[in-house]
Design a protein around this ligand. Sequence first.
Ligand code: 5AD
Ligand code: SF4
Length: 478
Amino acid sequence: MKNEQFNKPDLKDARKRSKIESIVSEFHYNNLISNIGENKKYIIQTHGCQANEADTEKIKGLLESQGFTPALDETEADLIIINTCAIRANAENKVFGEIGRFKRLKMKKPDLVIAIGGCMPQEEVVVEKLLKTYRQVDIIFGTHNLHKLLDYLAIVMIEKRRVVEVLSFEGDLVENVPTVRDNRYKAWVNIMYGCDEFCTYCIVPYTRGKERSRKPEHILEEIQSLVNDGYQEITLLGQNVNSYGLDFTSRAYRFSDLLKDVSALNIPRIRFTTSHPKDFSLALIEALAKGKNLMPFIHLPVQSGSNRILKMMNRKYTKESYIELINTIRNLIPGVSITTDIIVGFPSETEAEFQETMDLVRTCQFEGAYTFVFSKRTGTPAALMEDLTPTEEKKDRLYRLNDLINEGFLRGNERFLDTNVKVLVEGPSKSNKDFLCGYTEHNKLVNFRGNPENIGTIIDLHITEAKTWSLKGEVLHE
Ligand code: 5AD
Ligand code: SF4
């Protein structure tokens, strides 16, 4: 295609896996792009999971390093970036709606640059659709080449060419991409990228590529600099943090080792997400139980309570082994709060199998869950499975499940009534401006009257009221 830089995704390539340990390279600027953002304003929309939120902080870092400044709203922006999510159809539909809306802005301001990044461009069907019906988009880039965004902007802004550059192989692990963090007290730290699990419903192994673990030295260095900057909490990020280090060929260093080393740094709170039940090892549970700054909160997606469905999902554990794991975690980490993810209406799931999921929720006493109706993702094995359950029935299962989950949410909050908790103060409460809010060690939201000077610090509160979605507390001493 003339006048375009062109590289489209290929799901078959994205499925390939190699055993080679990733090469690490340092981020460097291309000389051509100096200050292309001078007097230009940008806006970024972020959809989806924490991996995207962390990527957005890198996009901001890249842009601001070249003079771009944040726009107050879309009409003021010279550059609009959408960092997209591909996990379910409704996440994608939202993005298509937004791109449609931006067409009018571009008609008024022809120099407006629109860029689409993240997981959606990694899908062939999406790129085809964008090329066919959304000509207003100037840059389509994927998850593997985010660090090249400034080069693409230079092509569009200086050479006036459109860029479609999506890679279906992972490339190097690029360290030291400039970053502008959204929060001054809590930070995301990527420990690995990609996923090799290939759960049959999930598009992530295709959009995020093979599992690549960052070297411990780089992770610890990043966290040490966050400690030096006064950060109070870090969340270690990976699609499946439990398989951290499995791709190292030159050393035996696993997630439990990393947690011990991170825990030895002077950071008050450490969290991590997400875990796969299949490799949640005893060594990991023991490490968690010992580390004083490792928070007693575990998000452990179960997806279904039926062994037949778990098998069809390729989850590699059974209902029984999951329950055993939960019991071991609860025995070794007393009082731990456990949440989960559940999909209802997986192809061929019966009412009886759904009831098994409900029973599992009762047994495991989850204190919260993200619940979803199965969404067909083109290119995944589950998209080809016969799926005859009517949508209305799937929705009904979701509503019934949510009612049960909400009971667990309330129970999880009620157990802190009349106790003292430690809260990292985040800022004004969203529900009442006269209140502040923050999260406890068990990740419970607390609203309370307090001194805004405490924002960014950890304080002691007494819990006076427990509701389904939040707690109310009083400051003990400042
Ligand atoms: N349909 C519905 N939910 C999905 N998830 C992942 N893929 C799909 C899909 N195709 C859910 C899983 C996962 C969470 C991040 O999203 O529950 O744990
Ligand atoms: Fe998707 Fe499964 Fe990987 Fe999670 S572990 S990202 S659900 S494939």
